[in-house]
Design a protein around this ligand. Structure first.
Ligand SMILES: *Cc1c(COP(=O)(O)O)cnc(C)c1O
Length: 428
């Protein structure tokens, strides 16, 4: 493959945009090489500025669950744009998408739309603090909730009580209110709660982690968190920015039959436009401005183009009762195909999968938290990534990212992917 134009564009971009990108993972730093500049995409494929074609397993990091440039979504946005692109006044379509989202997702009465997953999680935590009157939060090492200060805290070794900031610019003061726990380790969570009795406002987590590879909750982890939260007057926040409208119509709450107190959305809910949202029951939402004192706002929140894309997307998902089964079957097919090949080549690997989320880890032992995920062989992943790219298969440029399957993928595409894996595996 030739990346002549992409290389030139990247060079130009670096003069005026930090690192040439507007979100760091796009820069290919984890895998080396030059990022590919996208020109267009349709269905399961993305095309770059050099007219190379790829089968796309990133799908804009999740939103394009039905495939790129899906006609009902594109049409809805184009039609809406003709009527004006922003008013700073309430519009009917905001109520329409709210009604639909609330009908699809269990256990929520009201939903507030924002512009990104980051905003959704940040606002959800503020609401939890305002509602409970408590200040500390528990998050899990390896879970990503966007880039707001309270979430950029990383685990030290062992059971960490107070986190330290892992980005310059995050204050110690902020860090001390974020407690770090190990994913899938309920004893660790319980110990943190004990050590900080009556100070914890909420526990926030990805109900299926997707930002350290794909990591399913095990041993009834979510149910046990629910029980702990109930016992200690702590709100449970599911960050479903990735899993919402992807794992089931009702997201992880439906899939695992566990109720969260506040749910965050992003990605799929915006149909590819910048949208986030958080939702909860009336008792809690009544504390949010303008009903209550917890402030949250946005000039472009509920933007008509964004709402049109989101409403078209959710409508399609809601009408298709087979969608999630189809997606899970395709993902299982890919899983089996890749497993067979990697076994044939005696390559140590672990593949994790839930619904249409899947990740390949080049390591021997089970991957169930950040530490076990970090044990993956990064050299193998790099070689695998570039091999696949060269074969015309675009996977996430980091071993810590999940692949997302979309409904536009055909079994022929999956077979081509598996054949590509078999050629790449020979070189590992
Ligand atoms: C992507 C993501 C976010 C952040 O969403 P942005 O729209 O990038 O701000 C938050 N939480 C999870 C689980 C995510 O995957």
């Amino acid at each position: 493959m030739l990346y002549k134009r992409s290389s030139a564009l990247f060079k130009e971009a670096q003069d005026v945009i930090p690192g040439g990108v507007n979100s760091p993972v796009r820069a290919f730093k984890a895998v080396g090489g030059t990022p590919i500049f996208a020109k267009s995409a349709k269905g399961a494929y993305v095309f770059d500025e050099d007219d190379n074609q790829y089968i796309d397993y990133i799908n804009s990091w999740g939103p394009m669950i039905l495939g790129h440039a899906h006609k009902p979504v594109v049409d809805a946005v184009v039609e809406k744009a003709k009527l004006g692109t922003s008013f700073g006044m309430p519009t009917e379509i905001e109520t329409k998408i709210a009604e639909l989202a609330i009908s699809m997702v269990p256990n929520i009465d009201k939903i507030r739309f924002v512009n990104s997953g980051t905003e959704a999680c940040m606002s959800a935590v503020r609401l939890a603090r305002g509602f409970t009157g408590k200040e500390k939060i528990i998050k899990f090492a390896g879970c990503y909730h966007g880039h707001s200060d309270a979430f950029l805290i990383q685990a030290g070794s062992g059971a960490v009580t107070f986190g330290s900031p892992n980005s310059p610019g995050v204050t110690e003061g902020t860090a001390k209110d974020t407690l770090l726990a190990r994913y899938n380790d309920i004893d660790n969570v319980e110990a943190l709660i004990k050590a900080n009795a009556d100070e914890i406002a909420c526990i926030i987590l990805e109900p299926v982690a997707g930002n350290m590879g794909c990591i399913p909750p095990k041993d009834n982890f979510l149910q046990k968190l629910r029980t702990l939260c109930d016992a200690h007057n702590i709100l449970l926040i599911f960050d479903e920015v990735m899993t919402g409208f992807r794992l089931a119509k009702g997201g992880a709450q439906e899939l695992f039959n566990v109720d969260a107190d506040i749910v965050c959305f992003g990605k799929v809910i915006g149909g590819g436009l910048p949208v986030g949202a958080f939702a909860t029951r009336n008792e809690i939402m009544n504390h949010l401005a303008p009903l209550g004192a917890v402030y949250q706002a946005g000039t472009l929140s509920g933007n008509p183009l964004a709402m049109a894309a989101g409403l078209a997307m959710l409508t399609e998902i809601n009408l298709d009762d087979e969608l999630f089964t189809r997606l899970a079957e395709k993902t299982e097919y890919l899983h089996k195909g890749m497993t067979k090949i990697l076994q044939e080549h005696n390559i140590d690997h672990v593949i994790n999968r839930v619904g249409s989320m899947i990740s390949v880890h080049f390591c021997k032992d089970e991957v169930y938290d950040f530490e076990t995920s970090a044990k993956g062989n990064n050299a193998s992943f790099k070689a695998f990534f570039h091999g696949m790219l060269n074969e015309g298969v675009y996977i996430a440029p980091s071993a810590f990212e999940t692949w997302f399957l979309c409904d536009a993928l055909s079994y022929e595409d999956l077979d081509k992917t598996i054949e590509a894996v078999s050629r790449v595996a020979k070189t590992l």
